[in-house]
Design a protein around this ligand. Structure first.
Ligand SMILES: [Zn+2]
Length: 440
């Protein structure tokens, strides 16, 4: 049984147990659950399926700039505070003597909390758990054969994600090596919690959390036990219903936690929407490569997009021109972080660092660090005209590389849903690079 199938069966089972058999039942149940917790649907939001994004939210009334998008009692969110006040979750950690401090990421801890509650039939979060999608479309979940057609920049990020999740799983397995579940007496690892489940939960948390001010949350739980275990700030919270809002590059939202009791999480929209038009949240000004890797989608024509280049791309260009780069030059570029922020922008052209790196490697004759320094940090305005052809060739080579990936993935007929998203992403990149060449 594959990962997706296993996760789907488990969620179906959970949905059947909760008496909800269709999407609308699930969201009606979520509505009632939040209602019992004190939520009022002030902006008359409603769950719909939209052609461009799938499941999302719209309002049954017009929304104006600066209107409230949603306001939810803070205790409905799953934050550090929730974990701290959960007796069963605390008991589990208390069963381990000296759990290592500052080793867990908060995202990982939330992912573990999700699978912990997913397993428990009597979980107070059962209604919310049924609304988490059965699978995610991040390239992380591509089939092995599809990985051959992924650009290096994406592959490197998948490898890093995999290492992080595996290390986290190994840490949990090691610490809870003799722990058994109090509801069914089975050993926790690996019998109840498998690596595949944690992978699913990791991306569930990644794509469904909202940002909450960690100072506010920490202030509510002085002497927090879990705060001692995590190595980063508890700035994430799972947010029932709010997590149905999709991201748009043209949305502009402001969030806040009210300063008086009862504490509420509020989201305001900076732009207006007409009734039944999909309303959006904005995760930040993110390019498509980031949206794809972290959240499993991309936006056609994303206005915050740019295309990153790596030193290896410049090396390919040099090879095609029979230029041998001196190691001093590479060392200089790396030492001064000029290999970071190397990108092209469709309308604004190549970035400063890309221009400087190309000039140093392909035009500059000196290899002495003091001369390279004078060149790199002096006036570089005239460089771009000197390496215009190099930039074009660099982009041309990238275009050919992506067209090959696209062709390979198109020929691979049994694509996963992640593979489908990557296919669209490659087409989007090809269109972006082509437009750049037209303008440049
Ligand atoms: Zn159990």
């Amino acid at each position: 049984m594959g990962r997706t199938h296993r996760v789907r069966s488990r969620i179906r089972k959970r949905r059947a147990e909760s008496g909800a058999d269709s999407d609308s039942d699930i969201f009606n149940e979520l509505h009632r659950y939040l209602g019992r917790a004190g939520w009022r649907n002030e902006s008359r939001l409603s769950v719909r399926t939209f052609q461009s994004t799938g499941r999302g939210l719209c309002s049954k009334q017009n929304l104006h700039p600066n209107d409230l998008l949603i306001r939810v009692p803070f205790h409905c969110l799953i934050s550090l505070k929730t974990l701290e006040h959960d007796p069963d979750f605390n008991a589990l950690f208390n069963s381990v003597e000296n759990f290592p401090q500052k080793e867990l990421s908060f995202q990982g801890l939330l992912a573990f909390y999700v699978i912990f509650h997913q397993h428990r039939a009597q979980s107070q979060h059962q209604t919310y758990m049924t609304t988490i999608p059965e699978f995610f479309t991040n390239p992380f979940f591509c089939a092995k054969q599809e990985l051959h057609f992924l650009p290096d920049a994406i592959l490197e990020k998948i490898v890093a994600q995999n290492q992080e999740i595996k290390a986290f799983y190994e840490l949990l397995s090691k610490e809870f090596t003799s722990a058994v579940c109090e509801c069914c007496s089975s050993p926790l690892f690996p019998n109840i919690f498998g690596l595949d489940q944690l992978k699913w939960a990791y991306f569930a948390v990644n794509s469904r959390c909202v940002y909450v001010d960690p100072k506010v949350v920490v202030g509510w739980v002085p002497n927090s036990y879990f705060l001692r275990l995590i190595k980063d700030e508890p700035k994430l919270a799972l947010a029932p219903f709010i997590d149905l809002l999709n991201h748009s590059d043209s949305a502009n939202t402001i969030s806040q936690i009210t300063s008086n009791e009862p504490f509420q999480y509020e989201l305001y929209t900076q732009r207006g929407y007409s009734r039944y038009e999909q309303v959006f949240i904005n995760y930040g000004e993110l390019p498509n490569s980031k949206l794809l890797v972290e959240y499993g989608f991309y936006i056609p024509g994303n206005k915050h997009d740019f295309f990153e280049m790596a030193l290896t791309d410049i090396e390919l260009l040099m090879k095609s021109r029979n230029v041998v780069g001196h190691r001093n030059k590479f060392k200089f570029i790396r030492d001064h972080n000029l290999d970071q922020q190397m990108f092209i922008h469709r309308d604004e052209g190549p970035s400063h660092n890309l221009v400087v790196a190309l000039y140093l490697l392909l035009v500059e004759e000196s290899v002495f660090p003091n001369v390279l320094s004078q060149v790199a940090f002096g006036s570089s305005e005239h460089f771009e005209s000197l390496i215009h052809d190099e930039i074009r060739t660099l982009v041309q080579l990238k275009l050919e590389e992506y067209e090959k990936f696209l062709k390979g993935l198109e020929d691979f007929t049994s694509r996963t849903e992640s593979g489908e998203v990557v296919l669209g992403y490659l087409k989007e990149c090809i269109s972006y690079l082509s437009k750049f060449l037209c303008n440049y």
